[in-house]
Design a protein around this ligand. Sequence first.
Ligand code: ADP
Length: 238
Amino acid sequence: MGGTETDIPLLVDGKRNDGRTIDQMRPVKIEAGVLERADGSAYVELGETHAIAAVYGPKEMHPRHALIPNKGVLKVRYSMLPFSVGDRKRPGPDRRSREIAKVTREAFESVVLLDKYPRSAIEIDINIMQADAGTRVVGLTAASVALADAGIAMTDLISSCASGKIEDTVVLDLNGLEDNCGQADVPIAMTGKGEQIALMQMDGLMTKEELNQAMEYAVTGCKELHKAQVDALRRRYQ
Ligand code: ADP
């Protein structure tokens, strides 16, 4: 969320710059099991934001001193590939990618049955191939399908999307321009069956009423994503 002033109108007669209505998500595409060499994988597109997630494990925990005797450890790596943004991004971890990896790990710790994997590690590798806002939510949605594809025991799938505020209006799923020029961004992650919130972040300012509306939109978006995740997994195992 950049909050930069712009001359480009973000909303004209209730339509957004990409033609969507205020409560419409970008087109979703999800595919499970896209990588031969990983234990589980998934590819997710949400409009122009594209992510691929790979899962390895459960495997032996390294370094040994970090292993937990009675449960498994989730390791998450999030990276934006150099060609995912307009100006080539310097490869390697930075503060933002560490923060996103941390919140992603915490969201999955609430659904993965870590007690089933003592002394082990489960590695989740999220790569953003193309970024147009919402990379953390698309990465999370992909990682959830990749975990299921790897056969990792979970209480539920996690689906994730964001709402935001542009020109004093709450909208679902900001695109890159809206994220740059908008007023607020609220990424959430929700469990599919339980409909419990596993992650919520907020950038910018909203009134309580706006935040309620944003939550309502994001919950609807997560439900749509959950259906697409289940469909992708069904197609994979048919
Ligand atoms: P998210 O991608 O989850 O919305 P941010 O709010 O941090 O996370 O980033 C918003 C958007 O800003 C990204 O999706 C991407 O389009 C853009 N962005 C982030 N980091 C960079 C970068 N280093 N270079 C260019 N664009 C970036």
